[in-house]
Design a protein around this ligand. Structure first.
Ligand code: SF4
Length: 375
């Protein structure tokens, strides 16, 4: 099991117990600790406080979701992308990347398999692939919706026009994941080519919320040049957007990319962010990301014990699973595989949790609870 650690992002004085309790109390009553409060929570916790933070976060998750962990069937529909993000193995300049795109029939077959296995949500994720047009994708969503009316459909296919998002919504998509990765404009500019614009990404998120998607944002933790202030900008943005889903994974370098030689992000810092976001957003859907499980075999369990409540096993056809290589050594076997739910169940049972086979929507604000359990 992942140990609670005492780590310091930057050199800061330790937080007094009294101040720490006051910050937890603010979170418990639904208030933001404010930028300086967040800074202390990110940088100045003792090992013991870090453990207490995670315990509080997992208790809040249990109050809201019981001991159930939602599963999503992840279908990686295309490894082609028109973008060139410096950190991503699928960037268009990477000539070593294996490219594929699934047909509509292949995607529907994946959904049938997912349905047989009991998945309540299908997640269609892919690069920004011009060959998978808005109309084509809307048709695929429509076909899934008509064959599986009870299942939730999540899309994660990047930046598209408002009209495209509207089409997807009308076709029956319920949720949309679009991690912003970093809310700091300078940092964003160091991770992306100039043709990519942070304001466009933020606009997309605003549109998705407005159109009624359960919307997912989130950030990579430990990317090169990320500072504590970058993370504080991320948290401020999440507080403003109030997304239903928050995805956070450690940066993992990908071969043949400009950032290939940089070190991975910190698992401990990612777990702390998971715990903090659980306390700030009690009803949110927060995945134990594959990136965490890739960096640390105990990472998924540690994330659940820090308040994560979603796992996304891979439901893509076996023949392409190794090809969706956004970073090196990405886990897609064992309990990361949709056909190995028994393994995942045993892993979750070992820490007192169980798989939930439902749609697993985010909780509305009326149903969220913190119940002052932190105080
Ligand atoms: S991160 Fe997404 S948008 Fe950027 S290159 Fe990779 S797949 Fe494309």
């Amino acid at each position: 099991m992942y140990l609670c650690v005492n780590f310091m992002v930057e050199s800061e004085d330790k937080l007094s117990e009294m101040r720490f309790s006051a910050l937890l109390e603010r979170l418990a009553t639904g208030e933001s600790p404010g930028r300086e409060g967040w800074r202390l929570l990110l940088t100045a916790l003792s090992g013991e406080q870090d453990c207490r933070l995670r315990r509080c976060a997992s208790e809040v998750a249990r109050r809201n979701f019981g001991n159930g962990i939602y599963i999503r069937g992840l279908i990686e529909i295309s490894s082609c992308c028109r973008n060139d993000c410096y950190y991503c193995g699928l960037r268009r300049s990477n000539r070593q990347a294996s490219r594929y795109r699934l047909t509509a029939d292949e995607i529907l077959d994946c959904c049938r398999e997912g349905d047989r296995l009991g998945f309540g949500t299908f997640v269609l994720q892919g690069g920004e692939d011009n060959a998978q047009s808005d109309e084509w994708l809307a048709d695929v969503v429509r076909a899934i919706r008509s064959e599986f009316p009870e299942r939730a459909i999540t899309l994660s296919v990047g930046e598209r026009s408002e009209e495209a998002y509207r089409k997807f919504r009308r076709a029956g998509a319920d949720r949309y994941l679009l991690r912003h990765e970093t809310r700091n404009a300078e940092h964003y500019a160091r991770l992306h080519p100039s043709a990519m614009r942070l304001d466009r990404r933020l606009h997309c998120l605003e549109v998705l919320k407005r159109l009624g998607f359960q919307t997912g944002a989130g950030m990579m933790v430990g990317t090169p040049w990320q500072t504590v202030d970058c993370l504080l900008d991320d948290i401020a943005f999440l507080e403003e957007l109030e997304p239903e889903m928050i995805g956070m994974g450690p940066f993992i370098p990908a071969a043949h990319t400009p950032l290939a030689r940089y070190s991975s992000g910190s698992v401990a810092l990612t777990l702390r962010l998971v715990a903090l976001m659980r306390l700030r957003f009690p009803g949110a859907l927060i995945p134990a990301t594959t990136a965490l499980a890739t960096l640390d075999p105990a990472g998924r369990k540690a994330a659940v014990l820090a308040g994560a409540n979603v796992v996304m096993p891979n439901l893509s056809p076996l023949a392409v699973r190794g090809k969706y290589s956004i970073y090196d050594s990405k886990a897609y076997t064992g309990s990361e595989a949709a056909e190995s739910l028994g393994l995942l169940q045993r892993e979750l049972e070992s820490i007192g949790y169980t798989i939930v086979y439902g749609r697993g929507d985010a909780l509305s604000s009326e149903r969220r609870q913190t119940d002052r359990i932190l105080i």
